[in-house]
Design a protein around this ligand. Structure first.
Ligand code: HEM
Length: 442
């Protein structure tokens, strides 16, 4: 929320700096006194957790890069050397590898939170679009990082995914093949491919960090959405970010780190594939090529479609469709909590994504394939049919009068005094007044 600055430089140095580069003022206004809705729940702590995870991935990645050798002959062995000979190398590598999974877990929760509470709706469309861009960059970064191990799964995942571009041959003959050779830097996945994947894997996290800054900047113009989805109406509806949300975010972060640490120390290979402990062999294809768990739903969509070009198109669309969500959802109410019909479709969508994740890990045949196709249809129907149509036909539940009222109830929030004599309270207005109220709120 754009609000007047309340920063008072405390010392001569602060005054001097403030006149030249007001970083302390920006931090104070945006992260100390920033007016934040008083009703944010724990789903709002994942933005902070994600920022932490990005820092962990960059810190561990930079040190891993000091020991990693980006050549087909040296890559696999250098990773093993990090695990065995480099001081704390095993810790760095497991933290980075498990960290990628935890990062995706957090980003999926963060995205589903945004979808549920309608945080993509005006005036936060740009926050959302930047988020989707971050998600795409994360997907590319994780894919490239996995390839660097140069185990069997790394090698064949790169082969399968880069080969997808050859489907463009169906549009312009020869175009796809040329593109794939250009990406490989040769006629097969090899040294030049590994080198460019390494270079971009190092670069992208810093690009993500830049986009995250824009994401938070764009968020701080309108301020946070909240579980009711209604706007902040008065200062009573907000509390300063510090200490209220620094404490809440800090607590959630510690709980998240406990889970993260438990996996790193007790089950570091829980989410990995054993084939990636076998050095890459271009002459032997593994029986089942499967990506990491966080790509499985998209992989299931790719394989649900019998045509290669259309499969690739569906895969691309399954992510890029998120860019259009602010305009696909026609509902005037943000939060799904107040949408009795949409709520069912929403949870069916979440279950569909989980089912697609399971199906992506199975062979695409028999019932798995049929079920995969049904789930793929619902995945797209959710965005293209459910979102536009339910918004138009559904009657949302009455919204609270204010954020404060939703937390304290009408009595304590002082919102019923004028109507006391008439025995009609604002909490239970007659239907016509309720409808008017809903329109006012919107
Ligand atoms: C590296 C990844 C990301 C980081 C570090 C990040 C960071 C943050 C932070 C710190 C916040 C404010 C706190 C909160 O609401 O949790 C936020 C809010 C938000 N983020 Fe992200 N984010 C990331 C990815 C994404 C993605 C992938 C999406 C959606 C596709 C997204 C959508 C949003 C939205 C809509 C909000 C506003 C939430 C609201 O006020 O209701 N973000 N993000």
């Amino acid at each position: 929320m754009a609000h007047p600055s309340t920063y008072q430089p405390g010392s001569g140095f602060e005054r001097w700096l403030d006149a030249r580069l007001p970083v302390v003022r920006v931090m104070h206004d945006q992260f100390v006194v920033f007016p934040t809705p008083r009703n944010l729940n724990y789903w709002w702590t994942f933005g902070g957790i994600l920022t932490f995870m990005l820092a962990v991935q960059i810190a561990t990645g930079v040190v891993l890069a000091m020991h990693y050798v980006p050549t087909p002959e040296g890559a696999f062995d250098s990773v093993e050397r990090i695990m065995r000979d480099v001081n704390w190398g095993w810790f760095l590598r497991y933290t980075h590898a498990v960290g990628a999974s935890m990062f995706f877990l957090a980003v999926y929760i963060h995205t589903v939170r945004g979808l549920y509470y309608g945080s993509y709706k005006a005036p936060r469309e740009v926050v959302w679009i930047l988020g989707v861009l971050i998600l795409l960059l994360m997907i590319a970064t994780a894919f490239m990082g996995y390839s660097l191990v140069w185990g069997q799964m790394s090698f064949w995942a790169v082969t399968v995914i880069t080969n997808l571009f050859s489907s463009l041959d169906a549009v312009i003959p020869g175009l796809g093949t040329k593109l794939v050779e250009w990406i490989w830097g040769g006629f097969s996945v090899g040294g030049p491919t590994l080198n460019r994947l390494y270079s971009l894997h190092y670069l992208f996290p810093f690009v993500i960090a830049g986009v995250v800054l824009l994401h938070i900047w764009a968020l701080h113009i309108p301020g946070n959405n909240n579980p009711t989805g209604i706007d902040v109406k008065s200062a009573k509806d907000t509390v300063p970010f510090h200490p209220y949300y620094t404490i809440k975010d800090g607590f959630a972060l510690v709980a998240f780190i406990v889970l993260f640490a438990a996996i790193v120390f007790y089950a570091p290979n829980l989410l990995g594939h054993p084939d990636n402990y076998v050095p890459a062999n271009p002459l032997q294809t593994p029986p089942h090529i499967v990506p990491e768990w966080y790509f499985l739903p998209f992989y299931a969509i790719l394989r649900a479609i019998p045509n290669k070009l259309l499969g690739v198109a569906a895969l691309m669309t399954s992510i890029s469709i998120l860019f259009f969500v602010p305009w696909l959802d026609t509902s005037k109410v943000r939060s799904t909590s107040y949408r009795p019909i949409y709520k069912w479709f929403f949870w069916a969508f979440v279950l569909t994504c989980i089912a697609l994740g399971y199906l992506g890990s199975q062979q695409p045949e028999g019932w798995y394939l049929i079920f995969g196709r049904v789930c793929t249809i619902y995945y797209f129907a959710f965005f293209l049919v459910v979102m536009p149509v339910t918004g138009l036909i559904e009657r949302p539940r009455a919204l609270p009068g204010s954020i404060t009222e939703s937390v304290l109830g009408p009595e304590e929030s002082g919102e019923i005094e004028e109507t006391k004599n008439t025995k009609e309270t604002k909490a239970t207005p007659p239907p016509a007044a309720r409808k008017r109220k809903r329109e006012e709120v919107l």
